[in-house]
Design a protein around this ligand. Structure first.
Ligand code: 5AD
Length: 363
C-alpha cells in the first residue's frame, strides 16, 4: 500500500488522499520507507548536494505582532539593528568561505528609511562580491516598488512564508489587523514572481489547531503556485508569546511536531521533485540531529547562522534556538561534518539555484 504510493510518486501525480496517507504514517518502518523514497527522489532530481545559505539576522525590530513569534512587537525582547558595515562583514565572510549565497533576514519593517537601508546593503554586497554571492531576501511583505528596487540592486531570491495556507488558521495565529492580512501575503507572492525572483514559501508545521489535511493542502498550494524554494519547519514553542503560553510542549507534542516536519519535507520532495527544500534550524531545536534527518528526508539546503555572536541570543523566534553560542567558523565546520555524515556533499562556491527555477525559465 505505502509501497504503491511511493512507486506511483515517480510516474504520476500523488493525489490528496495519497499524501494524507503518507502524512499520517507513524510506524518507524513505514517512515523509513518514506524518507528513503524522498532521498532517492532528491538524488535523481537535484543530486546529493547540500547548499549553504549563510543566515544574517540583522535586526529584531518588528512591526508585526504574530502570536507565535519571540520577536513580535509586543515582546519585551531587547532590540538591535546592525550597521551596514557589520552586515557587509558577515556577507564577505560568507563569500570568502565559499558559501554560494546568503539569506538576509530581520523583523518586518516597511518604513522608507528601512527599505532604503536594505536597498543599499544589497547593492553593497553585490559590489563587494562581484555579483557572485547569491542573496535570498526574507524581509516580509513589501510594496511592488520596494521588491523591484531590491531585485534591481542584486537580490535574486525571495522567501516569504505563508505560515499556513489555511486562511481561517492564519487568522487564529495573527492579530486581526490589516497589517496581518492573509490576502496581502498571497498577493506579495504573486508580485515577487512577476518581478522575476526565485520565489520561496513555506509554513510552520504542527501549529495548534492545524490538521493533517491542512498540511497536505500546504503541499498542494506549493505545487499549484509553482514555487521554486521551500523553507518550512516545525512550530517550536516560545514560552513568552500568546501561542506559546497555551500550546502543549511535552515530549509527546515535540516529537509529533518534529515527525510532521520530516514527513512534510519528504512528501514535498516526492510531489514537487526539483525544488530547493531547506532543513531548517527549527528541526534541530527539537532534535539534536534534526537537520541531518531533514537532509535524509529529502531536503537539500542548510542555513548556517553567520550572525555575529553578540546578536544571536536576541534573535530567538522560539525557545532552545541552537547554535547561539557558536561562531560562524564553528557553524561551518560543524554543519559540513553533519552533511557528510549522511552521505551528501556541500556545494561550496556554487550558488545552488533552484533547479525548478532554471527549468521554468528556459521552458
Ligand atoms: N516556531 C517556529 N518557527 C517560527 N517562526 C516564527 N516563530 C516561530 C516559532 N515559534 C518562523 C516563521 C517566520 C520565520 C522567519 O520564522 O515561519 O516566517
Amino acid at each position: 500500500m505505502i509501497e504503491d504510493i511511493l512507486a506511483k510518486s515517480q510516474t504520476a501525480e500523488l493525489t490528496f488522499d495519497d499524501m494524507l496517507t503518507l502524512i499520517n504514517l507513524t510506524k518507524q518502518s513505514d517512515l523509513d520507507k518514506l524518507y528513503a523514497a524522498a532521498y532517492a527522489t532528491k538524488e535523481k532530481h537535484v543530486g546529493k548536494k547540500a547548499y549553504y545559505r549563510g543566515l544574517i539576522e540583522f535586526s529584531n525590530v518588528c512591526v508585526k505582532d504574530c502570536y507565535y513569534c519571540g520577536i513580535r512587537k509586543s515582546s519585551a525582547q531587547e532590540r538591535y539593528s546592525m550597521t551596514k558595515d557589520e552586515i557587509l562583514e558577515m556577507a564577505i565572510w560568507a563569500y570568502k568561505n565559499n558559501y554560494g549565497s546568503v539569506t538576509i533576514q530581520s523583523g518586518e519593517r516597511q518604513d522608507a528609511e528601512y527599505c532604503e537601508f536594505v536597498a543599499d546593503i544589497i547593492a553593497e554586497i553585490s559590489n563587494a562580491t562581484n555579483g557572485k554571492l547569491a542573496m535570498t531576501i526574507c524581509l516580509g511583505e513589501q510594496s511592488l516598488a520596494v521588491y523591484q528596487k531590491w531585485f534591481d540592486n542584486g537580490a535574486t531570491r525571495y522567501l516569504l512564508r505563508m505560515e499556513t495556507t489555511n486562511p481561517a488558521l492564519y487568522k487564529k495565529i495573527h492579530p486581526d489587523t490589516p497589517l496581518h492580512s492573509f490576502e496581502n501575503r498571497l498577493n506579495c507572492l504573486k508580485v515577487l514572481r512577476q518581478i522575476g525572483y526565485q520565489v520561496g514559501t513555506g509554513v510552520m508545521i504542527g501549529l495548534p489547531g492545524q490538521t493533517p489535511e491542512d498540511m497536505v493542502n500546504d503541499i498542494v498550494f506549493y505545487k499549484q503556485n509553482d514555487v521554486d524554494m521551500i523553507g518550512m519547519g516545525p512550530y517550536v514553542v516560545h514560552k513568552n508569546t500568546p501561542m506559546g503560553q497555551n500550546a502543549p510542549d511535552d515530549t509527546h507534542a515535540q516529537v509529533a511536531r518534529f515527525n510532521y516536519g520530516l514527513k512534510m519535507i519528504a512528501i514535498t520532495r516526492l510531489h514537487l521533485k526539483d525544488v530547493n527544500i531547506a532543513a531548517t534550524t527549527a528541526l534541530q531545536a527539537l532534535h539534536p540531529l534534526g537537520r541531518e534527518m531533514g537532509l535524509k528526508a529529502g531536503a537539500n539546503i542548510l542555513m548556517p547562522i553567520i550572525t555575529l555572536q553578540d546578536y544571536r541570543n536576541k534573535y530567538q523566534l522560539y525557545d532552545n534556538k541552537p547554535c547561539i553560542d557558536d561562531t560562524p567558523e564553528h557553524c561551518k565546520t560543524c554543519l559540513t561534518n553533519r552533511v557528510e555524515s549522511v552521505g551528501d556533499v556541500v556545494g561550496f562556491a556554487e550558488t545552488g539555484d533552484s533547479v525548478h527555477f532554471l527549468r521554468r525559465k528556459v521552458a
